[in-house]
Design a protein around this ligand. Structure first.
Ligand code: NAD
Ligand code: 6OD
Length: 491
C-alpha cells in the first residue's frame, strides 16, 4: 500500500513506494467474503533489478558504515514502531488472511516485533572463534574467525503467518548487516508493504529493506531467486517450490535456507495428562485453520485411551466457532483462498472414497449470505484410513487430522517416521524417560514434549528430509546470514 492509500499495494524499492514498471497489477481479495481488498502492483524484471541494485548499494554504503551498536539500536526501533502501529499491522494481516484477530494480535504481530529484538541482541552477544596453533618452530600461530554479512538476501515468504515468517528472516538478516529483497506471498502483500513505512520512519537507510510483489514462476519470485546480484536465498513454503528455488540458486553457487512442508505426527501415550493432550492437539490441528507448517495432521493414540481421545477431540472440535476475524468468539477463520479451499475439499472427498470413518466435518459449513463467497471449511477428523492413504501421506494444510491407534513405542516411532517429511512432532506422556527415548528417535527438526509451538527464538528451527535444509534461530540464523573468514597469524 502507499502511505496514504491502503487500497494499493506498491513495491517498496530504495526507500520509495513504486508501482510496477510494466503496469501489471493483480487483485487482493478477502478470504472471508471474496471482497476486493486492493490492487497489488506486480514487480517486473526491471523492478526486481532496481531492488537488488538498491540493496547492493546500501550494503556497501550506509548500512555497512553503521556500528553494530547503532544497527542493533535501529532494529529495536523497528520493533518499537511495529508495536506502536500494532493496530495497523493487525488490520493488514487480518484483511489478507481472514484469521481471527484474537489470534493475530497474540501471535503474528508481537512475533513480528520480537524477531527484530531477539536478533539485535544475538549479534551483540555471539562470541567469536579462536584457536592457538602450535608450529614446528615453536613460535606458534593464532587463528580467529571474522564474520561478515553474506550480502543481498532474497527472502521468499508464504501466506500462513506472513509478518511472523517474513521478519523471522529479515530480523537476523539485517542484524548481521545484510540487506534484503523480500517477495511476500501474492496472497498476503499487506504487512510486508506496511513494514516499508516503519523502515522509513525509524531511519533505516534506503535500499536496506525492499519489497517486490508478484507470483512465483515467470514473476517476482523467480526474478529474485535467479538474479545473480542476490547472494543467498531464504525461503519458507512448499517443498516443491523449495526444490525449484534450490535449482535456481545453483546458478552462481548461492546458499539456501529452506523451511518447507510437513506431515507432522502427534503421539499420545496412555499415561499422558489427557486434558493437556487434548488442549495441545486441538491447537496443533486447528489453530490458524490448520495452516501452520508445524501443525499435526497425523495423530497416534495408544489403544487403551483411543476411543476416549477421539470422542473428546471430536466434541471440542465440534464446539469451535467458525466465524469472522473480528468476532472475539471466533476459533476458526476461513482458509487463505478459494483455490486452497478446493484443494482441501479434494482431500476431504478422497477420504470418503478411501473408506475413512468421518468422525466430524468433511465439508463446507453453511454461514450467512454476507460471507457466502468466503473460503470456509469444516474442521474434520477421520479414523480407519490405511497407513499409505494419501490423507495420511500428503500435506493437506487444513483443519483436519487422521487418528490411529498404536500398541507399542517401537510401532509408533516407526509409524511417525514413515514419511518423506521431517519437520515437527508432539509427544504426550508423563514418563520422562520415555519422552527422551522417543524424542531422540523421531526424524524431525523439532520435537515438543507435552506442548506444541512453544518457541524460544534462540533454539534451532527447521526440518529434516523433505521439510528443509538448514536451521534458523539463535546462532543458526547468524551462521546462515554471515560469511566466515579465518585469519591465521604466524607469531
Ligand atoms: P508456496 O511454496 O506456494 O509459496 C511460497 C512463496 O514462494 C510465495 O511467495 C510464492 O510466490 C513463491 N514462489 C512460488 N514458486 C516460486 C518459484 N518457482 N520461484 C520463486 N518463488 C516462488 O507456499 P505457500 O502455499 O505460500 O505456503 C504453504 C506451504 O508453506 C506449506 O507447504 C507449508 O508447510 C509451508 N510452510 C513451511 C514452514 C516452515 O517453517 N517449514 C512455515 C510456513 C509454511
Ligand atoms: O516460530 C517460528 O519461528 C516459525 N518459523 C514458525 C513457523 C510456522 C509455520 O507455519
Amino acid at each position: 500500500m502507499s502511505p496514504t492509500n491502503i487500497a494499493e499495494f506498491h513495491n517498496f524499492i530504495d526507500g520509495q513506494y513504486r508501482p510496477g514498471s510494466a503496469g501489471a497489477t493483480f487483485d487482493n481479495t478477502s478470504p472471508v467474503d471474496g471482497s476486493h481488498i486492493g490492487l497489488v502492483h506486480e514487480a517486473s524484471v526491471a523492478d526486481v533489478n532496481d531492488a537488488v541494485v538498491a540493496a547492493k548499494a546500501a550494503l556497501k554504503g550506509p548500512w555497512a558504515a553503521m556500528t553494530l551498536a547503532d544497527r542493533s539500536a535501529m532494529l529495536y526501533a523497528i520493533a518499537d514502531e511495529i508495536d506502536r502501529r500494532a493496530d495497523d499491522f493487525l488490520a493488514a494481516e487480518v484483511a489478507d488472511t481472514g484469521k481471527p484477530a484474537s489470534l493475530a494480535c497474540h501471535i503474528d504481530i508481537p512475533r513480528g516485533a520480537a524477531n527484530f529484538r531477539i536478533f539485535a541482541d544475538s549479534v551483540k552477544n555471539v562470541p567469536g572463534e579462536f584457536f592457538p596453533t602450535p608450529t614446528p618452530d615453536g613460535t606458534g600461530a593464532i587463528n580467529y574467525a571474522l564474520r561478515s554479512p553474506k550480502g543481498v538476501i532474497g527472502v521468499i515468504c508464504p501466506w500462513n503467518l506472513p509478518l511472523l515468517l517474513m521478519t523471522w528472516k529479515v530480523g537476523p538478516a539485517l542484524a548481521c548487516g545484510n540487506t534484503v529483497v523480500v517477495k511476500p506471498s501474492e496472497e498476503t502483500p499487506g504487512t510486508a508493504t506496511l513494514l516499508g513505512e516503519v523502515m522509513n520512519t525509524v531511519g533505516v537507510p534506503r535500499g536496506v529493506y525492499n519489497v517486490v510483489h508478484g507470483f512465483g514462476p515467470g514473476s517476482a519470485g523467480e526474478f529474485v531467486t535467479s538474479h545473480q546480484g542476490v547472494d543467498a536465498i531464504t525461503f519458507t513454503g512448499e517443498t516443491r517450490t523449495g526444490e525449484a528455488i534450490m535449482k535456481a540458486a545453483a546458478d552462481g553457487t548461492r546458499d539456501v535456507s529452506l523451511e518447507m512442508g510437513g506431515k507432522n505426527p502427534a503421539i499420545i501415550f496412555a499415561d499422558a495428562d489427557l486434558d493437556d493432550a487434548i488442549e495441545g492437539t486441538m491447537r496443533s490441528v486447528f489453530v490458524n485453520c490448520g495452516q501452520v507448517c508445524l501443525g499435526t495432521e497425523r495423530v497416534y493414540v495408544e489403544r487403551p485411551i483411543f476411543d476416549e481421545f477421539v470422542n473428546r477431540l471430536a466434541t471440542e472440535a465440534k464446539a469451535m466457532k467458525i466465524g469472522v476475524p473480528d468476532d472475539p468468539a471466533t476459533d476458526l477463520g476461513p482458509l487463505i483462498s478459494l483455490e486452497h479451499q478446493q484443494k482441501v475439499l479434494s482431500y476431504y472427498n478422497k477420504a470418503v472414497e478411501e473408506g475413512a470413518n468421518v468422525v466430524i466435518g468433511g465439508g463446507v459449513p453453511v454461514l450467512g449470505d454476507d460471507v457466502a463467497k468466503g473460503a470456509w471449511i469444516e474442521p474434520t477428523i477421520w479414523t480407519d484410513l490405511a497407513d499409505d492413504s494419501v490423507l495420511v501421506v500428503e500435506e493437506i494444510f487444513g483443519p483436519c487430522c487422521h487418528i490411529r491407534p498404536f500398541d507399542s513405542e517401537e510401532e509408533v516411532i516407526a509409524l511417525a517416521n514413515d514419511t518423506v517429511y521431517g519437520l515437527a512432532a508432539a509427544v504426550w506422556t508423563q514418563n520422562t524417560s520415555r519422552a527422551h527415548r522417543v524424542a531422540s528417535q523421531l526424524d524431525v527438526g523439532l520435537c515438543w514434549v507435552n506442548s506444541w509451538f512453544l518457541r524460544d527464538l534462540r533454539t534451532p528451527f527447521g526440518g529434516m528430509k523433505a521439510s528443509g535444509i538448514g536451521r534458523e534461530g539463535g546462532v543458526h540464523s547468524l551462521e546462515f546470514y554471515t560469511e566466515t573468514t579465518n585469519v591465521c597469524l604466524k607469531l
